[in-house]
Write a protein that binds this ligand. Structure first.
Ligand code: UDX
Length: 455
C-alpha cells in the first residue's frame, strides 16, 4: 500500500451503480486517481461521455470534472481497473433472489476475476450490502487463490437523490476489520472526503446541507460492520411501517397521522425522521435489505418475525389507499392520473416503487390510467401495465383526468398551484399517497382531498 503523505493511494471501484459511481466521482474530485469498472456497455459509454446513466443531482458535473482532470478512468477491463489499485472498493449490485435472500453472484464473480490481478497487500473494501458472514467467505476465496489481501467491511449509507451530499457530509463512517492498519487507511480516505466537502459540493453545484455536523468515524469487528448496514435499513423500514400501522388507526379514529407523528417524533429518543406515513417504502435497498436480513437470520436459526410484519404492512399500503378511495367513489372506468412513478423524489429510480404498484393496481381495478413523472418515465415503462398511457407533461396527464393520485413527492407536485390545476383539470379529487400536500390548500382550491391517516 502507498502510504506516504504526498501520494494518495490509487483507488479502484468495482461497479458503477448508485454507490460505486457516486464514490468514484467524489474521490476523483478529492485528489485520488480512480479507476472505475463498469462491465455493462451501455452504462460504460454514457459515463465515459461525462454523465451518469441515472438522475442524481450534481453527479454529472463531478464525472465531467474527474474525466477532464484524468483523475477518473472508467473502464470495462478488470485488469486496467485493479492492476495499480491500493484500495479496491467493491460496489457490485446484490439484488435479491426469488426467495428474498441476497444474490451475491456479482460480488463473488468480481472477487474471482480480480484475484489473479490484485497488487500484493492491496485492501479490499466491501461496500456492497451483503449478509453477515460474507466477509469470511470472501477472505477464504482470496486465501484459496493464494492472494494476500486485507479485508475491510465498509457499509454505505447514502440515499438516492441526496447521494453526493450524504457522502460529503456523512453522519458516520463505519469500518469493520481484524486488520487495524487497513481499517485506518480506509478511514483516511473518508477523512480526505470530509476535508474536501465544500470544494466538491461547489464543483457539483450543490449547497451545503443545513444540518452538517462533523462525521463520526467508527471502527469495529468485521461481522458487526456487516450487520450495521442491514440493521440500519431494517430499522428505518420498521419506523415507516410503524407509522403506516398507526395511520390506519388514525383513519378509523379521525386523528391526523402527521400531527401524531410530529409529537411522537419530538421525543429525542424517537426522532421524527422516517415516520412519514404514505404508500410505503420502495427502491433498490429497503425491500431487498429487509428480505435479505430475514433470510440471513434464518440461516443462523434466528426468526425475525418483526421484520416479516414490516414487509406485510408495507405491501398492504398501495391497496389500502385504493380501497380508501374506492369507499368514496368508484374506480372502474375512471380516468385517473398517477403523478409520480419514482420510488421517491430526486431520483429516476423506479425499482419496487409503490407508485408503480398503485398505477398497476388501478388498472387491474378497471381504471383508465395516465401516468407522469418528471424523471422516471423511461425507467418505469417496463414495469407498468401496457394499458397505462405515459404523459410527457403534467398538463397532459391531468387534463382529462377525473381523479388525481399524487404518488411521488416531487417538488413539481408538492409546490403545485392548485388554483391553476383546478382550471387545467376536470378532476375534483386529489389522493395524496405520500401525505406530501397541504390538505387545506388543496381543499381551498376546490378539490376533495384523501391522504393516508388524515381523515
Ligand atoms: C436507503 C437508506 O436511507 C440509505 O441510508 C441506504 O444507503 C440505502 O437505502 P434510499 O433507498 O435511497 O436510501 O431512500 P430513502 O430516502 O431511505 O427512502 C426509502 C423509501 O422509504 C422511499 O420509498 C421513501 O419514499 C420511503 N419513506 C421514507 C417513507 O415512506 N416514509 C418516510 O418517512 C421515509
Amino acid at each position: 500500500m502507498v502510504t506516504n503523505s504526498d501520494q494518495k493511494p490509487t483507488v479502484a471501484i468495482l461497479g458503477c451503480g448508485y454507490v460505486g459511481l457516486t464514490t468514484a466521482a467524489i474521490l476523483a474530485n478529492c485528489g485520488y486517481k480512480v479507476y472505475a469498472l463498469e462491465p455493462l456497455a451501455d452504462r460504460l459509454s454514457i459515463i465515459q461521455s461525462g454523465k451518469s446513466f441515472f438522475y442524481e443531482a450534481g453527479i454529472d458535473a463531478l464525472i465531467t470534472e474527474g474525466l477532464k482532470r484524468e483523475a477518473l478512468v472508467v473502464t470495462d477491463s478488470y485488469e486496467s481497473a485493479v492492476r495499480e489499485a491500493d484500495i479496491i472498493f467493491c460496489c457490485m449490485g446484490t439484488p435479491d433472489n426469488p426467495d428474498g435472500s441476497s444474490n451475491l453472484t456479482y460480488v463473488f464473480d468480481a472477487v474471482r476475476r480480480i484475484a489473479p490481478l490484485i497488487k500484493p497487500s492491496a485492501i479490499f473494501v466491501q461496500k456492497s450490502t451483503v449478509p453477515v458472514g460474507t466477509g469470511d467467505e470472501i477472505r477464504s476465496a482470496f486465501k484459496a487463490a493464494d492472494v494476500d489481501v486485507a479485508y475491510v467491511s465498509n457499509p454505505e449509507f447514502l440515499r438516492e437523490g441526496t447521494a453526493i451530499l450524504d457522502t460529503l457530509w456523512a453522519d458516520r463512517i463505519v469500518v469493520g476489520s481484524d486488520d487495524s492498519e487497513a481499517a485506518a487507511a480506509v478511514l483516511d480516505v473518508y477523512r480526505d472526503i470530509e476535508a474536501s466537502q465544500k470544494a466538491v459540493a461547489q464543483t457539483a453545484g450543490l449547497s451545503q446541507p443545513n444540518h452538517s455536523a462533523t462525521t463520526r468515524y467508527m471502527a469495529m469487528g468485521q461481522n458487526a460492520a456487516e450487520l450495521v448496514k442491514v440493521s440500519a435499513n431494517a430499522f428505518l423500514a420498521l419506523k415507516i411501517s410503524f407509522a403506516n400501522s398507526i395511520a390506519k388507526l388514525a383513519d378509523e379514529t379521525q386523528a391526523d397521522i402527521t400531527e401524531v407523528m410530529d409529537a411522537v417524533g419530538a421525543d429525542k429518543r424517537i426522532g421524527r425522521a422516517f415516520l412519514n406515513a404514505g404508500r410505503g417504502y420502495g427502491g433498490g435497498c429497503f425491500p431487498k435489505d429487509v428480505s435479505g436480513l430475514i433470510r440471513s437470520a434464518e440461516s443462523y436459526g434466528v426468526k425475525l418475525d418483526i421484520m416479516h410484519a414490516v414487509e406485510t404492512l408495507n405491501d398492504s399500503m398501495p391497496d389500502y389507499i385504493i380501497d380508501k378511495v374506492a369507499a368514496t367513489t368508484s374506480i372502474e372506468h375512471k380516468k385517473i392520473a398517477v403523478l409520480g412513478l419514482a420510488f421517491k423524489s430526486g431520483t429516476s429510480d423506479t425499482r419496487r416503487s409503490p407508485a408503480i404498484a398503485i398505477a398497476n393496481a388501478l388498472v387491474s381495478r378497471g381504471a383508465d390510467v395516465i401516468a407522469y413523472d418528471p424523471q422516471a418515465l423511461h425507467e418505469a415503462k417496463s414495469d407498468l401495465e401496457p394499458a397505462i398511457t405515459l404523459a410527457t407533461s403534467l398538463e397532459q396527464a391531468v387534463k382529462e383526468a377525473e381523479l388525481l393520485f399524487v404518488a411521488t413527492d416531487w417538488p413539481e407536485f408538492t409546490q403545485l398551484d392548485f388554483q391553476s390545476l383546478a382550471k387545467l383539470s376536470t378532476a375534483r379529487l386529489v389522493v395524496d399517497c405520500m401525505n406530501c400536500l397541504d390538505p387545506a390548500t388543496v381543499r381551498a382550491s376546490g378539490f376533495d382531498y384523501i391522504g393516508v391517516g388524515r381523515s
